[in-house]
Design a binder for this molecule. Structure first.
Ligand code: DX5
Ligand code: ZN
Length: 221
C-alpha cells in the first residue's frame, strides 16, 4: 500500500568524516535533503561508539532547518532522551529490544516536544512494535544489524515492512515507516513498494557522484 506520507531520504552522517561532520551536513543540504539521520551508539547495545548530544547540538547550530532524525542505539535510551531533544533533535527513535519502560519513554519524548520513533532490529518481529504503533510518529525497520554503515541489506526485513504497512492501513495509523541500512538505488524502490516512506542512507548517499540525483531517485521525484 503506498504510504500517506511523501517519500523522504534521510542521509546518515555516520558515513561522514568524523574529524569534522560539518561537510556531511552541507552535503545533505546541498542535495536538498529535508532530513538528517543521526546515529547514536553506546558500544553496549551495538558494538560501536559514535557521538553524543554535543555533536548534535553543534550540528544544530550550523543548520536550523534540517529535520534531525536521531536514532538511539543505546542500552538505556530512557536516560538520554532529554539530552538529545535539548540538543536539537526533532525526532528521537528508541529500540524495543533493551529492558526499560518503553511506553513511559515515548510519553517523555512527546512531552519534551519531539516526535517519537520505535525501532526494530532485523531479528525482532513486527509484533514487538504493535503495542506502540498508536503512540509513535515513526517506525524504523532496521535492514542491517545496527552498529556500522556499509553493510548489506537483509532481504527478509521486507516482509516486516509489509506487515507494518498493513497494520498502518487497517488500523488507520499515521506513523512514517522508515528503513535504515544498506539502502541504495537497488533496495530503495523495493522498500517503497512495501509502503516505506522514509529511507536512511549513509554510504550510498555520501559515496554518490551526484547526491542530489541520488536523493531524487530515492524520493522517486
Ligand atoms: C547502522 C545505522 C545506519 C547506517 C546506515 O547502525 O543505524 O543508519 O548509518 O548506513 P548505510 O546506509 O551505509 O548502510
Ligand atoms: Zn540509523
Amino acid at each position: 500500500m503506498p504510504s500517506p506520507h511523501p517519500i523522504i531520504l534521510a542521509p546518515s552522517v555516520l558515513a561522514g568524516d568524523h574529524a569534522c561532520l560539518a561537510p556531511a551536513l552541507e552535503a545533505a543540504t546541498n542535495a536538498s535533503a529535508k532530513w538528517l539521520h543521526l546515529d547514536i551508539m553506546d558500544g553496549h547495545f551495538v558494538p560501536n561508539l559514535s557521538f553524543g548530544p554535543q555533536t548534535v547540538a553543534d550540528l544544530r547550530t550550523r543548520d536550523s532547518n534540517l529535520y534531525f532524525d536521531t536514532h538511539l542505539m543505546l542500552a538505556n535510551p530512557d536516560q538520554h532522551i532529554e539530552a538529545f531533544v535539548k540538543a536539537g533533535s526533532n525526532n528521537v527513535t528508541v529500540h524495543v529490544e533493551p529492558d526499560y519502560d518503553i511506553a513511559d519513554t515515548l510519553c517523555r519524548i512527546r512531552d519534551l516536544g519531539a516526535h517519537r520513533g520505535i525501532a526494530l532490529n532485523p531479528g525482532t518481529p513486527a509484533e514487538a512494535a504493535r503495542p506502540f504503533l498508536r503512540d509513535v510518529e515513526l517506525v524504523l525497520v532496521m535492514t542491517v544489524w545496527p552498529g556500522f554503515g556499509g553493510q548489506s541489506f537483509i532481504e527478509d526485513t521486507l516482509e516486516k515492512m509489509r506487515q507494518l504497512d498493513q497494520w498502518r492501513e487497517q488500523d488507520s495509523l499515521a506513523f512514517r515507516l522508515e528503513v535504515d541500512g544498506g539502502i541504495d538505488l537497488e533496495t530503495a524502490p523495493r522498500c517503497r513498494a512495501c509502503g516505506v516512506d522514509t529511507l536512511v542512507a549513509g554510504t550510498a548517499f555520501f559515496k554518490s557522484p551526484d547526491p542530489a540525483a541520488f536523493r531524487r531517485a530515492v524520493e522517486n521525484r
